[in-house]
Each structure stands twice: as structure tokens, then as C-alpha cells.
Design a protein around this ligand. Sequence first.
Ligand SMILES: *Cc1c(COP(=O)(O)O)cnc(C)c1O
Length: 369
Amino acid sequence: MRADANTRTVDLSAIRDNVRAMRRQVPAQTLLLAVVKADAYGHGAAQVSRAALQAGAAWLAVARAEEGAQLRDAGINAPILVLGALTEAEAPVIAENRLTATVCAPEHVRALQQAASRAGAPVSCHLKLDTGMGRIGVRTPAEARAVLDAAADCGSAVRLTGAYTHFADADGDDLSFTREQLRRFRALTEPLPQGLLLHCANSAAIHRLMPEAAFGMVRMGISLYGCPPVDPGCTLRPAMTWTAPVTQVKTIAPGDTVSYGRTFTADAPTRVATVACGYGDGYHRAASGRAMAMVHGRRVSVIGRICMDQLMLDVTEVPDVRAGDAATLLGRDGDACITADELAGWAGTISYEILLAATERVHRVWIDP
Ligand SMILES: *Cc1c(COP(=O)(O)O)cnc(C)c1O
């Protein structure tokens, strides 16, 4: 395989297959929401949204109103939930772009009312319940009631159409706190009006807590991209492959060192392939001395410190590596593969951050085989 540039390739058929695989894990009447915040975890928000909707997702979610407006500008018409608590500046963006806001205080509702009257159209919102994440949301029935009352005061300008919560530890070893959050969710939603769209499950809960955490909708995040945080119990395919070109290949002698700080010393004649990728591309420097990559379908070690623009591989065991060949940093190369979880382990972070790490100068292409 050859590579011209440092590139992330996003396979949209993997996104669609992953939606369909999760569809089968969730009760038939439960809607699927595709979480496409942060540019779809680095995969391209508009492209992933279209693929997910084609494969059966009914809703999309973003973190900020501006992300939702960008999807509307891209011609996407599906309902879009903004997951972050509403800020004042976001209210008009929500109204003008027919987004669904997240509210957890009467002031949020009043800001939406103002924006709705300016836009001349009603605004929808979902109530966020904090059942144990400790981030955003109302925590008591009285606080929930205050938000409901504020919405009722707005007449038809603000429509409260759903309520949801978020799990703090659905991917942890012990699900007892998640089950406690489910109990609190049931208790807090029980007095709410009938007919609200209720949802709580993230990827981990989709794989581990169906059907009890299904309710009206589930929110597919990291698993949509093929990087499930727990054993998914179904086949999911990573959608992203990250490749960069080998720029030089040379043989160094025993005692020679590689890269800054001279942390790698060859103990035998060693073939070294230099690759045009470094922490300036978002490849974590913290993975120095631990990471692996793939060349010609074989796993090889990243040696010495990762530089800003380059890294070095030990390709002694791989015949015929030449400048212009592709090094694969993430994804699949023939029979070999490196998952985001694996790279995250080397870098001391989580798969989510790996998927999002690539910087502007890494090209991105979408394939749809
Ligand atoms: C990011 C996010 C999700 C998706 O979580 P995953 O672990 O990626 O599935 C779901 N709900 C909320 C509120 C989120 O912020």
C-alpha cells in the first residue's frame, strides 16, 4: 500500500453497519440517536449523520448549538438534540435552526421563549435529569417541576418534548451505580407528563443494559464509530483508518540511537523507516517507546521519541519497505489491526481522545464501498 499524505480515511459503510448492528440490540420501537458531536468524534459530522440516518437512526445529537447549525447548513433535516446545557447566546441559534435544546433551569426555558418569539416559531427542548453524573441536569422533583412550570408559562412557544439522563459508569466493571441511576431516572420521570420521549442509554448501556435502559430512544456514540467501550456482543467495525507515508528507510548499526533524547539504541543492525506523522498531527507523544504501527500488513514498533512531524519505525522484520509506502497508525492493514483503545493505552488516554486527536493538517477522505 502507498500513501501520498498523512490521511484519515473514514469508511461510511462501517458507520451504517454499526447502526444496523445496534438496531438489533435495541427493542424495535426504541428510536436510535447518533451522537455526532465534536465533528462526529473526528469522523465528519455531515457525512456520518447522513450515513447514520440512511441506516435507520432517527435523531442526531451535538454538544453545542453551533454544531447543529452546521448540520442544518449541510442540508440535514432530522431532529437534532443539543446535549450541552443551553447558554444565552445559543438560544437564537436553536430557534433559527429548529434544534432541540437541553434545559435544566427555568432561565433556560425563558431564554428559549424569547428566541422563539423573535424567530416566530416554537422551540423544542428536552429536560436533563442529573441522576448521578454530577454534570448538568435537575436533581430533584421540585427542580424538575420548576422547569415544567416555566415551560407551561410560555404557552406554545416552548415545547418540552423529552427528558433524559446520562450514565457516569455504564462502562465500568460494576453496574450497580448505573442501576441506581436507572432507578433515580424512573423516579424522576414518573411524575412528568405522559408522552415525553425518554432516553438514557449511551453506547455501553446499549450493549449491556437492554431492554431495561431502552425507553423511547438510545444514544449511540463511540460504538457508532466501531470502538465499543465494553464487549459489544455484536460485530462493530472501526470506521477510521489513519495512514501516513514512509519518507526514508535506512539501516543503522548497533549502538546507533534514534530521535531526541536518544531513548532508543539499536542492539543489532536495524532497518528504520521514518514516517511523516508526529504530535503536530495529533499522534500522541506520550505513546513514545510503547506504540506500534503497521507496514505491509505487519505490526512494527515505534522507536525513540515521537517528534512533532515525524516518527520512526523498526521495520527490520518487514521486507522491501520503501519511501512512499503507507504506514498505518490506526485501523486495519491486511490482517493486522490497531484499535483506538490500543493506541489509547499506549498514549495514556481513552479511545475518544484518540479519534479526535488528529490536527487540521491531516487530510480526511470518506469512502463508501
Ligand atoms: C457524548 C454523549 C453520549 C455518547 O456517549 P458514548 O459513550 O460515546 O456512547 C451520550 N449522551 C450524552 C449526554 C453525551 O454527552
